[in-house]
Design a protein around this ligand. Structure first.
Ligand code: FE
Ligand code: FE
Ligand code: ZN
Length: 303
């Protein structure tokens, strides 16, 4: 049997760079990870240090992390769907981000397609295609993975059809793939409880060979509410069994699975997110056993 490829969102600090990210992933017993190359909500970025990148890849190699399974997430303020004042900046930033990802020796970049902000889905998708055609060139080595979105506000990419339209519109469709987020498709209205049916739909509309990354999250909200609020594994409206069915799906063994579940607060009275849940969620996933004491165990461990 193939080994499960499971990891989590980790941080990337300007001092420790990729080495810090690898160390954090290993502290969760993960064999892959995802990170932003800087703060996700802004576009301030540091220069990638070649020496620490080399050391980090050595560390990955020694610890069973295949760097082809590692993901970078583009900052979510990059909006390619609206060709207003920030459109040019977004395109230029994304070009540079792809160079940073290449310098880091990473091959997959997850991108939110963008929000049309009043222009309508059709215009939004046209803008996304035009932008991607400026960004992705014949020598681009990174695979741009468009994320399935919850449909919050005016987000494009909330259906498989919308993503397919984008892929069909770009000049280099072989350099564009999809990242499926379980919380997002559930919030977008796909009944994740019938996952095999949804995977069939995905295959018919986009093609299973285009599925390059999975974000594994439970959801705080009911199916179809377009909210995009992630919940810890087994603690939300999707539930442990359905998520396990997806994680261990025989057609998805080659695809890296990344947790983006919320940090846990230090106690019930605090709302401040204090401790990462990933070490314990990955443990429960590997044991295939729901942990009813997850929150308590996380608090005890990190206190
Ligand atoms: Fe995302
Ligand atoms: Fe996601
Ligand atoms: Zn989300």
């Amino acid at each position: 049997m193939k080994e499960l490829i499971i990891g989590a969102h980790v941080s990337f600090h300007k001092d420790t760079q990729l080495i810090g990210s690898v160390e954090e992933a290993l502290s969760y017993n993960a064999n892959t990870f995802m990170f932003y190359t800087g703060a996700p909500q802004n576009t301030a970025r540091v220069t990638i240090d070649g020496e620490s990148t080399k050391k980090a890849h050595q560390m990955m190699h020694e610890n069973g992390i295949d760097s082809s399974h590692v993901i970078v997430h583009a900052p979510y303020i990059i909006n390619l769907a609206n060709n207003g004042a920030n459109y040019e900046f977004a395109i230029q930033f994304l070009k540079q981000e792809i160079r940073r990802v290449e310098a880091l020796g990473i091959t997959k970049l997850v991108l939110h397609p963008g929000s049309h902000v009043g222009l309508g889905v059709e215009m939004g998708i046209k803008n996304i295609i035009d932008a991607l055609n400026q960004v992705i060139q014949s020598d681009t080595k990174v695979l741009v993975c468009l994320e399935t979105m919850a449909g919050k506000g005016s987000e494009c990419g909330k259906t498989f059809e919308e993503l397919k339209t984008i892929i069909d519109g770009v000049h280099y469709p072989e350099k564009v793939a999809v990242c499926l987020d379980t919380c997002h498709i559930h919030d977008a209205g796909y009944s994740v409880a019938n996952f095999d049916e949804i995977l069939n739909q995905f295959n018919e509309i986009i093609g299973l060979e285009k599925l390059a990354c999975l974000h594994i999250n439970d959801s705080k909200n009911e199916c179809g509410t377009h909210k995009d609020r992630h919940e810890n594994i087994g603690y939300g409206k999707i539930g442990f069994d359905t998520l396990m069915h997806i994680i261990y799906h025989e057609q998805l063994t080659e695809i890296p699975k990344i947790l983006e579940t919320p940090y846990v607060s230090a106690d019930d009275t605090s709302s401040k997110r204090a401790y990462p849940p990933y070490r314990f969620e990955i443990d429960a996933i590997r044991k295939k056993k729901y942990n009813p004491n997850l929150i308590e165990e996380i608090r005890t461990y990190y206190k």
